[in-house]
Design a protein around this ligand. Structure first.
Ligand code: NAD
Length: 463
């Protein structure tokens, strides 16, 4: 649902600091000629890199990760200026990226195939081979952490990479590329600056073998169509409309804390943010009171960090205002504050119902819309009735209800009793409008490679 920062193909990208509207800087967008040259450079480097021993590739990636760690503070400060994410939180994202690169540096060299024996003197085995040139199209909401996953998995498996960072954080994207590329042979990682038009030109290029997109569903769908045309392998990690279902046996204050973390962390600009809440009638009133208090506290203590830009704020407020016109009742927030910066308050809405804008669309802002339900089963049914399939959370003390949620919810990730629960290094495979393919974990190494089946047997004896 996120609108592009610029609509017409731009020759340069101008970024304003969302905290106060001051100019961060401008970055030239790649010209059509530069895009063609970048693809050619990646293609030219592909064979040598594919033939480099996996252990060597792992070593180079480890060195790149170490360089990123050395520059973590610099990138975190730049990220705070471009996207408004506080420096400490931005630093957490950069260090998560460092961890991911290290993880792939270790996993890459032990990524392996299978063998099968059809007869005693024959052998069949599978070899994972690099796919060739990988295009990574990444978003702005955790730009280093997200890019590190795609870049690390693609590079360590022997692909060369074109990275097109988001037009909302081109300085972070360009600097990340400089830092990592220094530790890699020429042509293995090329950063291309630009907006949607540059992304689309890269996507349509016949010499690109993988289209790996982390971003909005609308963009992901266009990329999937481009992949059908060109034959490129497509990996899509897209938007979500994650539900939180609250059972009648949980502590309502704890449930409200979970809901607030899920809806308000990173000002709601997380793909797996809590987007819709279904709370059992038995605990609804104390839950709503505690959730309102969580929001008030955040709005009082100097307020939340800003949204990424004014466009995003307009979009979030449009969704909230439409929902209020459709019958939602404001408990807290929902007003655009005066003054500089793209701030928006932590917002709680009640009396929400299916079909309302905030219940139907991904809201990339700090909004917690609540619908009261008469049973846990009704909450599950409503949670499942959605076009997205990224993730969901249930809060319950009953094992049977947790098992029911696992069986009933058509999502890639289901969390029980922790909105942001998940093991480090875990995989994710979104469903329906939320995307396709593994975007994280060791399984991403499979996505970045293609398997060749080899069959070998003895020739017949001579004479
Ligand atoms: P976006 O799709 O607008 O942009 C992502 C990247 O795609 C950018 O580099 C952009 O320039 C590029 N792009 C845009 N239009 C293009 C086109 N027509 N062809 C090729 N490339 C194009 O997404 P965004 O607004 O930057 O990110 C926010 C969205 O990302 C949210 O919907 C969020 O849920 C999603 N997201 C998903 C995950 C996940 O793992 N599922 C993680 C983070 C963010």
């Amino acid at each position: 649902m996120t609108p592009a920062a610029t609509t017409a193909p731009a020759t340069e990208l101008t970024v304003l600091d969302p905290r106060d509207g001051s100019l961060v800087g401008t970055v030239p967008a790649a010209t059509e000629e530069e895009v063609r040259a970048a693809v050619a450079a990646a293609r030219a480097a592909a064979r040598d890199w594919a033939w480099t021993a996996p252990e060597e590739r792992g070593k180079a990636l480890r060195a790149a990760a170490d360089r990123l760690a050395e520059h973590a503070q610099e990138l975190a400060e730049l990220n705070a200026r471009e996207t408004g994410k506080p420096v400490e939180e931005s630093l957490g994202g950069v260090m998560a990226g460092v961890g991911t690169l290290h993880q792939y540096a270790e996993l890459g060299p032990v990524h392996r195939g299978h063998s099968l024996r059809g007869s005693i003197l024959a052998a069949d085995w599978t070899v994972p081979e690099p796919r060739g040139v990988v295009l990574a199209l990444t978003p702005w909401n955790d730009p280093v952490a997200v890019a590190a996953g795609l870049l690390g998995a693609a590079i360590v498996t022997g692909n060369t990479v074109l990275h097109k960072p988001s037009e909302r954080c081109p300085h972070v994207g360009a600097r990340l590329g400089e830092i990592l590329a220094e530790a890699l042979p020429a042509g293995v990682l090329t950063t291309v600056s630009g907006g949607a038009a540059v992304g689309a030109q890269l996507t349509a290029h016949p010499d690109v073998d993988v289209l790996a997109h982390v971003g909005s569903t609308a963009t992901g769908e266009a990329i999937a169509r481009a992949g059908v045309e060109s034959g490129a392998h497509v990996i899509r990690e897209n938007g979500g409309n994650d539900a939180l279902v609250v059972d009648d046996d949980v502590d309502p204050a704890w449930a409200a804390e979970q809901a607030a973390i899920g809806a308000f962390a990173n000002v709601g600009q997380i793909c797996v943010a809590v987007e819709r809440i279904y709370v059992h009638r038995a605990v609804a009133e104390p839950f709503l009171a505690a959730l309102a208090e969580e929001a008030r506290r955040r709005n009082a203590e100097g307020g939340l960090a800003p949204l990424v830009d004014e466009l995003m704020r307009e979009e979030v407020h449009r969704q909230v205002a439409e929902s209020v016109a459709q019958g939602a009742v404001v408990v807290e927030g929902a007003e655009v504050p005066a003054g500089p910066g793209a701030h928006y308050p932590a917002t709680v809405l009640r009396e929400c119902a299916p079909g309302m804008t905030v219940m139907r669309e991904e809201t990339f802002g700090p909004v917690a819309p609540v619908q009261v339900v008469d049973s846990f089963g009704e909450g599950l049914r409503l949670a499942a009735a959605d076009r997205y399939g990224l993730a969901a959370t249930v809060l319950t003390g009953r094992i049977a209800h947790a098992q029911l949620a696992v069986a009933e919810l058509p999502v890639g990730t289901l969390k029980v009793n922790n909105v942001f629960g998940g093991a480090p290094g875990g995989a994710a495979q979104p469903r329906r409008a939320s995307g396709a393919g593994f975007g994280y974990g060791p399984e991403l190494l499979d996505e970045m490679t293609q398997v060749k089946v080899v069959h070998v047997e003895m020739p017949p004896a001579r004479g």
